[in-house]
Design a protein around this ligand. Structure first.
Ligand code: DQA
Length: 141
């Protein structure tokens, strides 16, 4: 079982970034927590502040060796058609995750251009959202 966990812009500064919204947990804490919770799963973490490397990471899910993708595109969620197209090309489930409840925030965050090509969206549950997404990929029907 191999799962990609792809994080977009500004998620590298989690812990320091708007802690009232995103909490004090760092991306490396999330990685450690997931690896501890799912020791038998090969979890591969990618993070980029740019669109291209996120698209390239999604392309790696095309080779047939990946069981699913957990994708938090950060602000790209709201306007990146290129990331949407890359996610649409992936045949295994892509689950969109947001730490914050994007629907309870600014108007522009209520639009996700990536969500329609994903299997589903988990938002507002912080780090638990990543865990739930991995569980859903492991227990696919
Ligand atoms: C986010 C929500 C986005 O609107 C924002 O731009 C982010 C983080 C989240 O995880 O809550 O960078 O994806």
């Amino acid at each position: 079982m191999r799962i990609l966990i792809i994080n977009g812009p500004n998620l590298d500064i989690l812990g320091k970034r708007e802690p009232k919204i995103y909490g004090t947990t760092t991306l490396s804490d999330i990685e450690k927590r997931l690896k501890k919770k799912f020791p038998k799963v090969k979890l591969e973490f990618y993070q980029s502040n740019s669109e291209g490397p996120i698209i390239d990471a999604l392309h790696t899910a095309l080779d047939g060796s990946v069981n699913g993708v957990v994708l938090n595109p950060g602000a790209f969620t709201h306007y990146s058609y290129a990331i949407r197209d890359a996610a649409a090309a992936v045949k295994v489930p892509v689950i969109e995750v947001h730490l914050s409840n994007v629907d309870a925030r600014e108007e522009f965050r209520r639009v996700s251009v990536t969500a329609p090509v994903c299997k589903g969206v988990i938002a507002g549950f912080g780090v638990r959202g990543y865990e739930l997404a991995v569980e859903l990929i492991i227990n696919q029907d």
